[in-house]
Design a binder for this molecule. Structure first.
Ligand code: PGA
Ligand code: ZN
Length: 421
């Protein structure tokens, strides 16, 4: 039974407002959750409600969304007994009444949904990840962290068009060893960049933002940093993963990279060369969200060799992922709760992926808080992969640290590693 619901405007890691929600239930006590926020958002994402009028935070305030939680949503939920967190999500979706959660705001709804899931876990006395696994009918597993150590695109002010370059310690024997590899290579990377006269300032996700334009030049530095730290560059050791976030550098139907203008097929050629020359095992948003024909050809050409993950193109939407499956677009989906707005719909997206043989990676947003919900979500869904930025900065490390604590408490019963599709 929900006895109280309250939201407050707080700051995210980019000095932009977001929501913190406190939900009190008679069975689970007081539960706190905070909402992340993206910068390179897919156009079909559920709508994040920002205040109109530029006088506060340049128009980025969330007092309207906060007011919706404290007003309409609290009125509708407080004093009511729900059979499950899924029932709370259904009530939120019905109350909002729109397809894209634009009326009450996906940020308002996400905050309440995260808290409702936590309250349900607390009322049953189970850890959040265990509760999620039970609810989703999945086998829990510790995910391979994907550390975003070089930032470009919408997340940094450099000239690098690709948004994310990640270290994927696929060959690590344990989560703790994977975290150690990420942190050690991060340190070596900093030293190497500094020795090449590169700035070592950070982007939004805690990765370095060097003045390098060509993605291949970043990949070369990363392989060197992996080897400097004493690891093998490759799937047996530490592989690489890319999120070019290609929607962000598409102009008039072409892709603009480091001064060049490429067609979809030329960009696919470029990816093929990268796969041949560097240990890239996963490419997220390799093509733009509206380039479905290009995605079909990308999948036909490279889908048997690398993971081709949809983020902006799928937006954690079960219906869109189902459509991608029928059109053989991609073979993997990124999963972000606030892209769709409720935990229930997020778990539905995971289920559709699983049944179709699409792998999944649970993800943070570029604007984050110390809330580590996604660590439990990754373990509970058993998807085997997570990305939460660099192995540095509190809001990124909070998720990896939560994973380390779960791993420590379950040394034998939780397996670590990616899941074959
Ligand atoms: P965003 O970026 O949180 O800024 O949308 C993350 C991503 O593209 O994966
Ligand atoms: Zn992405």
């Amino acid at each position: 039974r929900i006895t109280d619901l309250h939201a407050v405007e707080i700051l995210d890691s980019r000095a932009r407002p977001t929501l913190a929600v406190t939900l009190t239930t008679s069975e689970g006590g007081r539960i706190h959750s905070a909402v992340p926020s993206g910068a390179s958002t897919g156009s079909m994402e559920a709508v994040e409600l920002r205040d109109t009028g530029r006088s506060r935070y340049g128009g980025q305030g969330v007092l309207t969304a906060v007011g919706n939680v404290n007003g309409e949503i609290a009125q509708a939920l407080t004093g009511r007994t729900f059979s499950s967190a899924a029932a709370v999500d259904r009530a939120l979706i019905a109350l909002d009444g729109t397809d894209d959660k634009a009326r009450l705001g996906a940020n308002a709804i996400t905050g309440v949904s995260l808290a409702a899931t936590r309250a349900e876990a607390a009322s049953g006395g189970t850890a959040l990840w265990q509760h999620i696994a039970r609810r989703a009918g999945t086998s829990p597993r510790l995910p391979v962290p994907h550390f975003n150590v070089v930032n470009g695109g919408a997340h940094a002010a450099n000239g690098l068009d690709f948004q994310e370059f990640m270290l994927a310690p696929l060959g690590a024997p344990s989560l703790a060893e994977a975290v150690r590899a990420g942190a050690e290579i991060y340190g070596r990377l900093k030293a190497r960049l500094a020795s090449e006269g590169q700035p070592t300032g950070l982007g939004d996700e805690g990765g370095f933002a060097p003045d390098i334009d060509r993605p291949e030049d970043v990949l070369r530095v990363l392989v060197s940093a992996i080897e400097d730290a004493g690891y093998a560059a490759g799937r047996e050791g530490v592989a690489l993963a890319l999120d070019p976030a290609a929607s962000e550098f598409r102009e008039d139907g072409d892709y603009r990279i480091a001064g060049e203008s490429l067609t979809s097929d030329q960009l696919i050629d470029r990816y093929e060369e990268m796969i041949e020359n560097f240990p890239v095992w996963s490419i997220e948003d390799g093509l733009a969200e509206d380039d479905w024909d290009g995605w079909t050809r990308l999948t036909a050409r490279l889908g048997s060799r690398v993971q081709l993950m949809g983020d902006d193109i799928f937006v954690t939407d079960p219906a869109t992922i189902a459509q991608a499956v029928t059109r053989t677009v991609g073979n993997s989906s990124l999963i972000k709760v606030n892209q769709i707005g409720t935990v229930t719909e997020t778990l539905e997206a995971v289920r559709i992926c699983r049944e179709a043989g699409y792998t999944q990676m649970i993800s943070h947003r570029s604007g984050e808080t110390p809330d580590a919900f996604i660590a439990d979500l990754a373990v509970g869904t058993g998807c085997g992969q997570i990305k939460s930025g660099a192995p540095a900065r509190g809001e990124r490390v909070a998720k990896y640290d939560r994973l380390l604590e779960i791993a420590d408490a379950h040394p034998v019963d939780l397996r670590f590693g990616v899941v074959a599709p």
